[in-house]
Ligand binder design. Structure first.
Ligand SMILES: CSCCC(=O)/C(O)=C/O
Ligand SMILES: [Fe+2]
Length: 196
């Protein structure tokens, strides 16, 4: 995992777009993002899923040969959006980038590779893209139904209750975090494996 500010330069979204300004794991944690590295360790993935009350999962292989209409799908993943559920993504092979908005509405790019597991809070604005290798195999873990429901950023999402709850949590009103997001706190994860 590597996190840095996106350079906002023109060019294919799949290029690194590395501004050269890194972001610390602590700064990612302030955004509500947690990261672990579990290469070939599904037992650890299972443990986190259990502790955080995840009920479902699937696997997706994002590549021109496995995903019909690959180029359109990759552009859809790259539309800025939020989800009303916390989500866990575990990269099993290949790599890709999640971009998330920080407190100043700047894009922060998170590079994930094989073995990286990321927990992303409900309500954070983000987008995803494969890299120039055009190959990401990922496990997607869902608290409830195994479905991917992106809500594209707009005036409606700015007043979405999950967005508002996220901002309260990010901006420090800890008591305001919905109980469903406090569930499965990170307490039992060994510090050696916890990256953020
Ligand atoms: C790497 S998993 C596919 C993308 C995805 O699940 C997501 O939520 C993109 O925003
Ligand atoms: Fe998403």
């Amino acid at each position: 995992m590597k996190a840095y500010y996106y350079d906002n330069a023109p060019g294919d979204q799949r290029q690194p777009h590395d501004s050269g300004r890194p972001l610390s794991p602590a700064a990612l944690s302030d955004l509500g993002i947690h990261h672990y590295h579990f290469p070939d360790d599904l037992a650890s993935v299972d443990r986190i899923a259990h502790e955080r009350h995840y009920k479902n999962r699937d696997q997706i292989e994002i590549s021109p040969s496995t995903l019909p209409d690959y180029e359109t799908k990759v552009k859809t993943f790259f539309d800025e959006h939020l989800h009303e559920d916390e989500e866990i993504r575990y990269v099993m092979a290949g790599g890709g980038y999640f971009d998330v908005r920080n407190e100043g509405d700047e894009w922060v790019r998170i590079r994930l590779e094989k073995g990286d597991l990321m927990i992303m809070p409900a309500g954070i604005y983000h987008r995803f893209t494969t890299d120039e290798q055009n190959y990401t195999k990922a496990m997607r873990l869902f608290k409830e139904d195994p479905k991917w429901t992106p809500l594209k950023r707009g005036t409606e999402t700015d007043s979405n209750e999950f967005r508002r709850d996220y901002l309260k949590m990010r901006d420090g009103e800890a008591d305001s975090m919905p109980e469903k997001q406090r569930d499965g706190a990170l307490g039992s994860i060994p510090d050696a494996q916890r990256m953020t």
